[in-house]
Design a protein around this ligand. Structure first.
Ligand code: MG
Length: 206
């Protein structure tokens, strides 16, 4: 039986280094002589994260939502891939519990940027910084010195409260409908801070 309360997801990606391209890892710009080639901005960590999120809810992979032959995603900021994956998991009532990742590349050194990467990833998936792990390895004996590789695992937990269920349901309603309902509720509501009507207790009647 499928575990409805916790789901694990795993993602992997690799990109080749290319001169004259800006390097972006985990949504953070990193100064380096070359960046990662790809149809989008080549952010290897955010691609692996997107696949991990989608995999956790069995919603396909990054290519399902963003086909690489589609001109719309040329040079795209990979943050939008993560945002779509987050929408998919939230629609199913899940939230991210924690993320762990390993980056494998010969250069540049990742650890000096790990704090920034953790903060950005935490912000994107809605967790505290201490729920995001970023580890770095060099590809000893792998022969992949001109590539960047990322592995990511995520743990999702189901939000079971009524407020969370309502939030997940609202996220599936088109924004225009939500706006209309909110407007109607606000029109019918009493002004904030209006004095409460005096209650006549049965005792005072006597
Ligand atoms: Mg990729």
């Amino acid at each position: 039986m499928v575990n409805k309360f916790m789901r694990i997801g795993y993602g992997w990606d690799s990109h080749e280094f290319k001169r004259g391209v800006a390097l972006k890892i985990g949504g953070v710009a990193i100064p380096h002589s070359s960046g990662l080639a790809g149809h989008s901005d080549g952010d290897v960590l955010l691609h692996a994260l997107t696949d991990a999120l989608l995999g956790a809810v069995a919603a396909g992979d990054i290519g399902t939502f963003f086909p690489p032959n589609d001109a719309r995603w040329k040079g795209a900021d990979s943050v939008m891939f993560v945002q779509e994956a987050m929408r998919q998991i939230r629609q199913q009532g899940y939230a991210v519990s924690n993320v762990d990742s390993t980056l494998i590349m010969a250069k540049p050194k990742i650890i000096p940027h790990a704090a920034s990467i953790r903060a950005r990833v935490a912000e994107l998936v809605g967790v505290q910084v201490d729920a995001v792990g970023v580890k770095a390895k060099t590809p000893e004996g792998m022969g992949t010195d001109n590539a960047a590789i990322a592995h990511v695992v995520v743990l999702l937990t189901k939000k079971t409260g009524r407020a969370s269920k309502l939030k997940a349901a609202v996220e599936q309603v088109p924004q225009t409908v939500v706006d209309t309902v909110v407007d109607q509720v606000l029109e019918g509501a009493e002004p904030v801070g209006a004095p409460e009507k005096k209650r006549i207790s049965s005792r005072t009647k006597k």
